[in-house]
Structure formats: C-alpha cells, structure tokens
Design a protein around this ligand. Structure first.
Ligand SMILES: C[S@@+](CC[C@H](N)C(=O)[O-])C[C@H]1O[C@@H](n2cnc3c(N)ncnc32)[C@H](O)[C@@H]1O
Length: 304
C-alpha cells in the first residue's frame, strides 16, 4: 500500500468504530432509507454479464454480501482494518475464500489486485461506493484511472458520489457554501475586484440569512474518533464528474440518480412516513429532477 496520507488516517479512525453497525445502519431493515442503489448496481452487473467483480472500498462487505446469492465471483478491499476484518468474517460465512478480501487504498494501483496476484487482475466489473467523498479533489482522476485499470477492456465500472447539486434543494449550510464557493466563487471575486469588492461585502451576510446554516447537524464520532463530517467528506457535481469519467476512457456512460427527497430534508420531521413513502415513489434514476432532489448518483461506464 502507498504511504499513508494524513487524511486517510483520519478516515480510517472515523470508520474504525463502525464496522459492526454500518450494515444495519444503512442496509438493514431499520435503515432510515432503503439501499435503493443495491438494486441499480445488481441490474448493471447482470446486464453487463459480469462474473468477476471487485468492490473497491467495500466496507463491511455491505454490497458484496447482498450480491453473494447471484453467483458472482466477489472480491473487495478497504482502507480500514476493522472493515476488512468484518468483511472477511461475513464473506467467509457465505463461503467466499479469505483472500478475496484485503486491505488497500483506492489511491494505490496495487490495491486493485489481491495480494500476491502477479499482474493486474482483469475484473469484469469494479464498484466503488461511498469512497469518493473521502478523496481530495486533486486525486479524483487517480481513483477513476485506477478503477479503469482494474477491469478488462469492455469491463464495467460503477462509481458512486454524493450529489453536490442537491444543495440547491436543501436550503441549508450546503446551499450557502455552494452559492459562495461554486456558483459565485466569492474569494476569486475579492481578489479580482480588489477595493471594489467592498461594495458587495454587505450582500454576503444578507444572503447567509436565507439559509439554515445550523442544518444538517454535524455528524460526530461515537467515542473520540472523528465523525463523518469531521473528516474529508466531499460532494461531487454530476455534470463535471461525468465529463471526467468520459475523458478518463469510458464509453456508454450513464448517470443514475438515487435517494430522492420529496421535500427539502429539513421538513422530513413534519410527516416522516409520508416523506419516506413519497421519496421512494419518486425513485427514478433517469428523471431530470434527480439532479436536484437526489442526494447521490452512480456513474456507470465501459472501459474503452
Ligand atoms: C461510506 S463507507 C461505504 C462502504 C461500502 N462501499 C458500502 O457502500 O456500503 C466508506 C468506506 O470507504 C472506505 N474508504 C475510505 N477511503 C478509502 C480509500 N482511500 N481506499 C479504500 N477504502 C476507503 C472506508 O474505510 C469505508 O469502509
């Protein structure tokens, strides 16, 4: 594995206490929202006729365990040792060989093959879900290229990201940051306008008032370790990431949105059951409203 970077240390610490509960929290029957992406990914794998499948950043084998009934030849690696141990325990219980799960980072090309495997393993498909938020922007391309390299020509790659454009629907801290940093790029403006920028300084506090900056609550760790929002946890613009994905050498690229919100999430508490039911009813991976109302998306493409 490549030398450990500081942000990876923090991410590892964040996930170290989560290995036994993560599956129940996000995939179990009491999850706040069902794992709708599982159905999409399974469909993509079956459509592609994939057999040998790698999950890069597999966590506690959340996807892998649910794909096990389909007769795929499943492999996975993860950065966090506790996640690797849990994934091994679960997959061994399902009859998968122990060496199909290993420790590694999506930033290291060697991690994309089982330890001891001589040359790059030609997987039919590589999945990467929940990992890209924890990668600095400058390394996004590296991750995409590593995923591409892991599959045979024509092989399928499915990459998940949190939808940055959802900020236009949430009216909270994310929206304010999106306006200031991505749409208007106020810091660039300040540099460019020099003293003239002072004429706009009164605007920013007034704009700020329009958003609920106290929402969403910052997710903290359980016992001293950093929480999800205290480590690098980025969102991605689907329009930009799709371009990057195509430029990296993928064809037949599809953008699939999921985890819809029928209302801005701050109103969920008004009618939680209705919120969940209507959000689920809205799940449609190709609806244009997904650009704004879905909090996550998958990019799927074939290696050229
Ligand atoms: C949100 S969880 C998702 C787990 C699983 N893929 C799923 O969808 O349920 C993120 C996982 O990514 C792993 N991770 C974070 N950064 C990573 C990296 N650079 N390389 C490999 N795994 C990483 C974490 O250890 C954690 O298990």
């Amino acid at each position: 594995m490549a030398s450990e970077r500081d942000f990876e240390k923090a991410v590892k610490a964040c996930y170290s206490t989560w290995s036994r509960t993560y599956y129940q929290d996000y995939y179990g029957d009491k999850a706040a929202y069902p794992p709708v992406h599982l159905h999409l990914i399974r469909g993509l794998l079956l459509k592609a006729g994939a057999k040998k499948v790698l999950d890069a950043g597999c966590g506690p084998a959340s996807l892998l365990r649910d794909l096990a009934a389909d007769n795929f030849d499943l492999y996975g690696f993860d950065l966090t040792p506790e996640m690797v141990a849990e994934a091994r325990r679960v997959m061994e219980g399902l009859g998968s060989p122990k060496d199909h799960i290993w420790e590694g980072s999506v930033l290291s090309p060697q991690s994309f093959r089982p330890p001891g495997a001589g040359k790059a393993a030609a997987f039919d498909a590589a999945l990467c879900v929940g990992v890209l938020p924890h990668i600095p922007a400058a390394a996004d391309r590296e991750v995409i290229l590593n995923l591409r390299q892991a599959v045979r020509p024509g092989g399928l790659v499915v990459l998940e990201a949190r939808n940055q454009l959802f900020a236009l629907f949430t009216l909270n801290r994310y929206s304010y940051e999106f306006f200031m940093e991505e749409l208007m790029r106020v810091e660039d403006w300040r540099q460019k306008l020099g003293p003239d920028a002072a004429r706009l300084e009164g605007v920013w506090p007034r704009l700020k008032e329009r958003f609920r900056l106290d929402l969403p609550p910052v997710r903290q760790g359980k016992s001293g370790e950093p929480g999800y929002d205290e480590v690098i946890s980025r969102t991605h613009n689907p329009l930009v990431l799709k371009e990057q994905f195509q430029e990296a050498g993928f064809a037949e690229v599809e953008l699939l949105f999921y985890h819809y919100h029928c209302l801005p999430p701050m109103f969920e508490g008004e009618a939680p059951e209705l919120f969940r039911r209507e959000s689920l009813a809205q799940e449609n991976p190709t609806d244009w409203r997904g650009y704004f109302m879905a909090s996550a998306f998958l990019l799927a493409g074939r290696r050229r």
